[in-house]
Design a protein around this ligand. Structure first.
Ligand SMILES: [Zn+2]
Ligand SMILES: [Zn+2]
Length: 271
């Protein structure tokens, strides 16, 4: 029931914004360029509608054809017309509002929407399909057209199969930490030559990896590495990472909180 209530609130909020925009557009359109209310003639209605179309062009498209047909049918003069218009907008608002309160179940509402929130969410999470060259976190930049790939939270690089060539141990450091350090990396892209993480853009110019000296972020992924260190090592045919002692004290709750904080999700208890 919590979801239903939230959805109803969201619908009402959006409705309020739309209605206010329409009312404001009527207000503006009802006056001529001199700021004086249009004359009480039939012609003023044509002017009102045409002004409204201009004012609402970004939000609602009113076709010229529909405008002509409607105007042809109107026999009243300006003042009674604008009063009826305001009344019908308010009636429409009340009607929609009551529909939202008796809303059907959430999935039914979502299915009726022209833009499906679940698809938008998926696209956001799926991003452009590119992965961080070090930790393999997927790019989170919206849509496909962006100059640089980025992600809110990077992971210990071992999760992306990075290992120390000599020791075969998975690398536990985060890419965000390493690009702030003097450390170096090598891989097929560098033709196995050591290259400073700091200058990663030489090889990966389309990635933005923000240097982070705090090492506090990514509690979730540190927790994942600690919990599944052996299994990752087995899967990647490497040796488990040397995880810092402090990471082993991260609890499941802290890990989940880190994830919620990073993605700005309020926990259910506080909403
Ligand atoms: Zn990364
Ligand atoms: Zn991207």
């Amino acid at each position: 029931m919590l979801e239903d209530n939230t959805l109803c609130k969201l619908e009402s909020k959006i409705l309020k914004v739309i209605i206010n925009k329409i009312l404001k557009a009527i207000e503006l359109a009802s006056k001529g360029e001199d700021g004086v209310v249009l004359l009480d003639t039939k012609e003023s209605i044509t002017e009102l509608i045409s002004n409204m179309r201009k004012n609402l062009i970004k939000d609602i498209s009113i076709s010229v054809e529909a405008e002509k047909t409607t105007l042809f049918q109107i026999q009243s003069t300006f003042h009674p017309f604008i009063n009826s218009l305001r009344t019908s907008i308010n009636d429409l608002k009340e009607e929609l509002q009551s529909k939202f309160s008796n809303s059907e179940d959430v999935s039914e509402v979502l299915n009726k929407l022209p833009v499906k929130p679940q698809d938008e969410l998926f696209n956001r999470v799926f991003g452009c399909g590119k992965q961080c060259p070090f930790c393999k976190v997927p790019c989170e930049a919206g849509g496909k057209e962006h100059k640089q790939h980025h992600a809110a939270v990077h992971r210990p690089q071992g999760l992306g199969e990075y290992r120390n060539v000599q020791t075969e141990k998975l690398v536990e450091t985060l890419c965000t930490t390493d690009v702030h350090s003097q450390r170096k990396f090598k891989n097929t892209d560098t033709k196995w030559e050591c290259h400073p993480y700091k200058d990663y853009t030489k090889f990966y110019p389309d990635w933005h990896i923000p240097p982070d000296p705090t090492i506090e972020a990514s509690d979730y992924w540190k927790y994942v590495l600690v919990q599944y260190n052996d299994r990752f090592a087995e899967e990647y045919k490497a040796k488990p990472a040397d995880v810092p002692k402090a990471w082993t004290r991260i609890t499941q709750d802290q890990a989940l909180k880190g994830l919620n904080d990073a993605f700005n999700i309020k926990s259910r208890q506080t909403s």
